[in-house]
Design a protein around this ligand. Structure first.
Ligand code: SF4
Length: 314
């Protein structure tokens, strides 16, 4: 068997040296025994996690709390985003047993909240939305008390396929906007900024009970004014929760890191986002869309309940 390159599309990209990480970009080392238990359950069920595939800096902390984010529909993505470390190429056929495997793993890990994401599957007619639906349904069946969050691709050029995901009994619909529109052609060339916004807006319209969530990375070369504009755009799409984290360049062939934001700048962005009216804001160097997602879900519920109490007619 030949070893295929992990990022064939990045071979001809220029080499961008990786900048030294500042002291505040440090992963926490925590309870290692639970970390290995989580790893065992992931491996035994032959599951793919974005924690491993995207080389997430929070893996020791999250897995030590049994919090893993499952990545469905394989480990190979059909897009080639310049910031992402997930393998690209031609994906395998769908695993029809995956909904059961995910559902079993959620039960074994005894999760109160689960985040399910996927690679982009532009090769499938529905972008994989029906598979998402099956995973959500099976997970709900076996884990009635677990809140379910999905982090989906954009289903670009797949018409109304996204609606199938929203027919599932889910609690949070997340789709990351990732960066400011000016940088899309370089950072997220296979996607369209306004289609992603439209998806978030339509998701809320289609299922008014869910929470919607989106995330942006900073440090890719955007200005703060552009980030503020993205916040306004997300609020116009009625997004409830925004996550803001530091971009970390995965390799010399990925999009060059422009700069590391100081933790104080993340606090400033958090204050700014709150003034825009988000129900919840998570902004810190190590914030990722699924980081602390379980605790944040409870906070979202509290924030919505408080709002309803204060403005019962809204
Ligand atoms: S932040 Fe998300 S992707 Fe990273 S380790 Fe935690 S659960 Fe996994």
């Amino acid at each position: 068997m030949t070893n295929k390159p992990r990022h064939p599309e990045k071979i001809n990209k220029p080499i961008s040296p990786i900048k030294k990480k500042p002291s505040w970009i440090r992963s926490k080392i925590v309870n290692t025994q639970i970390f290995f238990e989580t790893k065992k359950i992931v491996n035994q069920n032959k599951l793919v996690t974005v924690c491993q595939e995207a080389n997430c800096p929070n893996i020791t902390e999250c897995w030590s709390k049994k919090h893993a984010t499952f990545m469905i529909m394989g480990d190979t993505c059909t897009r080639a985003c310049a910031f992402c470390d997930v393998k690209t190429g031609k994906p395998e056929i769908l695993d029809i047993l995956e909904p059961i495997k995910i559902s079993n793993a959620v039960k074994k890990l005894n999760l109160k909240h689960v985040v399910i994401t996927s690679v982009d599957r532009d090769d499938l007619e529905d972008g994989g939305s029906n598979h998402f639906f099956k995973v959500i349904s099976e997970t709900r069946k076996k884990n009635p008390n677990t809140s379910i969050e999905v982090l989906t691709p954009d289903f670009l050029r797949k018409g109304d396929a996204y609606k199938r995901v929203l027919e599932g009994d889910l609690d949070v619909f997340n789709h990351n906007i990732e960066t400011v529109p000016r940088l899309y052609a370089k950072v997220r060339p296979g996607a369209r900024y306004f289609s992603s916004l439209e998806l978030l807006k339509n998701a809320k319209k289609y299922n008014t009970k869910i929470f919607t969530k989106s995330g942006i990375m900073v440090g890719l070369g955007e200005t703060k004014e552009e980030v503020a504009q993205v916040m306004d755009d997300l609020r116009s799409a009625e997004v409830d929760f925004i996550t803001i984290g530091q971009y970390l360049q995965p390799s010399v062939k990925h999009h060059p890191l422009d700069r590391y934001y100081h933790p104080d700048e993340f606090k400033e962005l958090s204050v700014l986002a709150k003034t825009k009216g988000f129900l919840l804001v998570s902004s810190s160097p190590l914030t990722r869309s699924s980081y602390h997602a379980d605790e944040d879900f409870r906070k979202l519920q509290d924030a919505r309940n408080k709002k309803i109490k204060c403005h019962p007619l809204q």
